[in-house]
Design a protein around this ligand. Structure first.
Ligand code: GTP
Ligand code: SPV
Ligand code: MN
Length: 614
């Protein structure tokens, strides 16, 4: 039996007016957006399980969600997007700071007044025939000194359901917005108004897309897409793009980083924050099952870290999110068992394949594909099909609390103390398995010069090498050179209190001549963590290389690494790296006089090292 509820039923039954005590600024803003977008009804979301249940029933009835077989995947759903709405669209992502220089050469800048005028035009009447949901949320644990509040309005129940998993959503967040608090205002529409009596489609969206950020007024306006990074505004738009500007102004860091806790066999604990570009292994690393005996890795976050210098001067990190919006393909028992276990139920899957028994499947979940599937576009699929059953950027949405490797203190309001920071990318050539920075400033240079082969997480050309400094290219809300300067300043502040984490660079993706990976990766990445922990504790010496400190050896016990792989993993091709340095020079020059001198100094030192020795 299914329950049939229309958006109108929902709004009539639940909070069509603002809850008592809601901040008048929020109430006024909602009224203004409603006057512009003209939804049929307004629902103030309370974040309850009952509300989530009503929304998912509604979406099942409308065809937006398919309920999975509860025997295998209780309380779980499959969504198939419009095939034109499957990834972030960087070309249509705008930073509307007062001046173009403040957005910098790596962002699409638009004049804020002009953009507002454009948006007023396209948002007018954009919610006709739909319900506008008002979704208050907290990024970070409710009440943490490092948390931030926001409200997103959206006409997509799919987005509401995702926000409920990804954030602390609902009444408690709204109650914390008082006259004194700062809050992010997010406006989202799928851009598909319905004429009277017009039937809806399963995944409404619009070919025209705008993901517009107004850092000065802490606003985001998103039009035309329901895909995660474009539509779950609390995540990339707020917790990275707007938050990076807040962090610059307030002296902290908002980063595209996982956070993990690693414990060695003697019980020594270390916390690590690591920045890898989209679909380059953050979720895997954060949930890794170490292959070395006696070691354990626990998860604190898999995508975003907010880093502050705590009252004791030490670097502290919180995960502002409450859930994971992870890449499905490649997630299997052998690569990420913790993620597979996390997904036992209460999960939303987007653009994966449907099994005949009502469960889901994707490439890499198991070694062998089921004999028949319905692919992500709703077509029959068999192992002999020439296209993958799941979109390469298909995703799961699931509560972090369900993760078997989640750390006990993952929601600690003060965060965890970070001992090491890692930068990584997907590099078939030139970049060694691991390098340790000589000091903080050198680490900032390593972060600033990360390049990575493009993945399916954003529209573009997969495989194409591009610069992705700090894995923040798509997510830095201001001038990237100012961001590097901010990192350098932040390091000074850490130094002044005598507590500077080590910085490392890693590359799990270096390839042999035949195209195979040289390093087994996944759980064996714990071997690299072991070396890092020993470096932090001053227990092992390292070798000097032109790029920084490299290991004399790693614990390779139990690993069948072919003899020549070690040399290939750490090979330093001076000529190729000097050519890369020329590219870096050119890249740095594109920032003009905003580029901190220290970055040029680091580049010069690198060139000297490459030319004349270590
Ligand atoms: P976003 O959510 O897009 O920010 O990405 P993420 O960095 O969390 O990506 P994720 O961990 O989901 O990585 C996705 C891809 O990287 C999958 O195809 C994995 O199989 C692959 N991957 C992760 N870790 C490793 C590794 O150590 N070695 C190799 N070769 N591949 C890896
Ligand atoms: C990424 O692309 O880096 C993601 C997925 O984490 S999304 O939230 O869609 O941007
Ligand atoms: Mn990400």
């Amino acid at each position: 039996m299914t329950l049939t509820l229309t958006p109108q039923d929902l709004s009539a039954a639940h909070h069509s007016t603002a809850p008592d005590g809601a901040d008048p600024r929020v109430v006024d803003w909602v009224a203004r957006i409603a006057a512009l977008t003209e939804p049929d009804s307004i629902v103030w979301c309370d974040g309850s399980a009952a509300e989530f249940d009503r929304l998912t029933h509604l979406m099942v009835d409308q065809g937006t969600l398919i309920r999975l077989n509860a025997e295998y995947r209780p309380y779980s759903f499959l969504a198939r997007s419009d095939p034109r709405d499957v990834a972030r669209i960087e070309e249509r992502t705008f930073i509307c700071s007062e001046s173009a220089e403040d957005a910098g050469p790596t962002n699409n800048w638009r004049d804020p007044a002009e953009m507002h005028e454009t948006l007023d035009g396209i948002f007018a009447g954009s919610m006709h025939g739909r319900t506008m949901y008002v979704v208050p949320f907290s990024m970070g644990p409710l009440g943490s000194p490092y948390s931030k509040l926001g409200v997103q309005v959206t006409d997509s129940p799919y987005v509401v359901a995702n926000l409920r998993i990804m954030t602390r959503m609902g009444t408690p967040a709204l109650e914390r917005i008082t006259r004194a608090s700062e809050w992010l205002a997010g406006v989202h529409t799928v851009g598909a108004p319905l004429a009277h009596g017009q039937a809806d489609v399963a995944w409404p969206c619009n070919d025209t897309k705008y993901i517009s950020h107004f850092p000065a007024t802490r606003e985001v306006w998103s039009y035309g897409s329901a895909y995660g990074g474009n539509a779950i505004l609390a995540k990339k738009s707020f917790a990275l793009r707007i938050a990076s500007v807040m962090a610059r102004d307030e002296g902290w860091l908002a980063e595209h980083m996982l956070i993990l806790k690693v414990t060695n066999p003697r019980g020594r604990v270390m916390h690590v924050a690591a920045a890898f570009p989209s679909a380059c292994g953050k979720t895997n690393f954060a949930m890794m099952t170490p292959t070395i005996p006696g070691w354990s890795v626990e998860t604190i976050g898999d995508d975003i870290a907010w880093l502050h210098q705590g009252p004791d001067g030490r670097l502290r990190a919180i995960n502002p999110e409450a859930g994971f919006f992870g890449v499905a393909p490649g997630t299997g028992a052998s690569t990420n068992a913790n993620a597979v276990d996390t997904l036992w139920g209460n999960s939303i899957f987007t653009n994966v394949a449907l099994r005949d028994d009502g469960d889901v499947w994707w490439e890499g979940l198991t070694d062998d594909a089921p004999p028949h599937l319905i692919d992500w576009q709703g077509n029959d699929w068999t192992p002999s099909s020439t296209t993958p059953s799941s979109h390469p950027n298909s995703r799961f949405t699931v509560a972090a609390a369900q993760c078997p490797s989640i750390a006990d203190d993952w929601q600690h309001p003060d965060g965890v103390v970070i001992d090491a920071i890692i930068f990584g990318g997907r590099r078939a050539t030139n970049v060694p398995l691991v390098v340790e920075a000589r000091d903080w400033d050198h680490g900032v240079f390593l972060g600033a010069t990360i390049s990575s082969e493009q993945t399916a997480a954003a529209e573009g050309t997969p495989g194409e090498l591009r610069r992705d400094p700090f894995a923040m290219l798509p997510f830095c809300g201001y001038n990237m050179a100012d961001y590097w300067a901010h990192w350098l300043e932040f390091g000074k502040s850490l130094r002044s209190r005598g507590s500077v984490p080590r910085i490392f660079q890693v590359n799990w993706f270096r390839k042999d001549a035949d195209g195979s990976y040289l390093w087994p990766g996944f759980g064996d990445n714990a071997r690299v963590l072991e070396w890092m922990l020993e470096r932090v504790d001053g227990q092992v010496s390292a070798a000097d290389s032109p790029l920084g400190h490299i290991p004399n050896s790693l614990n390779l016990e139990g690993l069948d690494l072919p003899d020549d792989h070690w040399d290939k993993l750490f090979e330093i091709n001076r000529e190729a790296l000097l050519t890369e340095a020329d590219g870096t020079q050119e890249y740095f020059e594109s920032f003009g006089d905003r580029l901190p001198d220290a970055m040029l100094g680091q580049l010069e030192r690198l060139r000297e090292n490459l030319r004349y020795g270590a």
